[in-house]
Design a protein around this ligand. Structure first.
Ligand code: ZN
Length: 253
């Protein structure tokens, strides 16, 4: 099994990254997809992915709006060209929209540019969407992507889930599902077919409410799988197999 969304390149992991990967592999977590966040981080991100045999995506996160959009999109295009065909390079992202962060107009422009690049290079997309579902759904409809993608860190109810599924996207399920108060999300997991989900942690963020360590890590993944199995009344083996299939299919792993 892999964690389909973990920022293992960030400095939070610099002091114990090797140990963490040893522990992950002891638990059967063979790796992760490390999403891109901005041009300053791509180099370290790819170095970490290479050292630890992880998959990676390239993109610009909406929290890191560049000062020169056009220049950054050109850099992204060049970087993607360079890694196109590399077995470990699997998607465009992380990109998206976040109403809780500034420069929403710039965010829209940056995302449009990245959705165009995804189509140009025939890549699935790793999407961050917070409090902007109307705008995000319209953009995804405007730039249909035959490879699809994932709405990572999904927190909505079944209605919203179906809108994204109809647009060709899967839903990234993470630590929020462990919170009994996350009623909408837990309803989604009960009602929606497992084939639409991916499993992820968003480490080091999104630490589950009941975790002992403040920093989130991929070691949480088995707990999430047990919780989904309980909610869907299936065995953990069944859930794990489906989730592996979904990730392999979307990212062509
Ligand atoms: Zn992320």
């Amino acid at each position: 099994m892999i964690d389909t969304h973990a920022h293992l390149d960030l400095a939070d992991f610099d002091h114990d990254r090797k140990d963490l990967f040893i522990k992950m592999r002891e638990q059967g977590i063979t790796g992760a997809i490390i999403p891109g966040i901005n041009e300053l981080q791509w180099q370290k991100q790819i170095a970490v992915a290479t050292e630890f045999n992880c998959y990676f995506a390239l993109g610009i996160h909406p929290w890191y709006i560049p000062t020169n959009l056009e220049k950054s999109l050109t850099l992204l295009e060049q970087k993607i060209s360079k890694y196109q065909g590399n077995d470990y390079f699997v998607a465009l992202g992380e990109c998206g929209l976040d109403k809780l962060k500034p420069d929403f107009t710039m965010q829209l422009e940056l995302l449009s540019g990245q959705l165009e690049l995804a189509n140009q290079f025939n890549l699935p997309v790793i999407m961050h969407g917070v409090k902007c579902h109307q705008e995000l759904c319209s953009l995804l409809a405007k730039y249909p992507n035959s490879k699809g993608g994932v709405i990572h860190g999904f927190y909505g109810g079944p209605e919203l889930a179906k809108r994204y599924i109809d647009l060709g996207y899967k839903l990234g399920i993470g630590g929020l599902l462990m919170n009994p108060n996350a009623k909408k999300l837990r309803k989604t997991i009960i009602e929606i077919d497992i084939k639409h989900f991916l499993i992820e942690t968003d480490s080091p963020s999104m630490t589950p409410f009941n975790a002992t360590e403040k920093r989130n890590t991929p070691l949480q993944i088995p707990n999430f799988i047990t919780e989904i199995a309980d909610l869907q009344k299936k065995t953990t083996v069944f859930i794990l197999e489906r989730l592996n299939e979904n990730a392999s299919q979307l990212f062509e792993l």
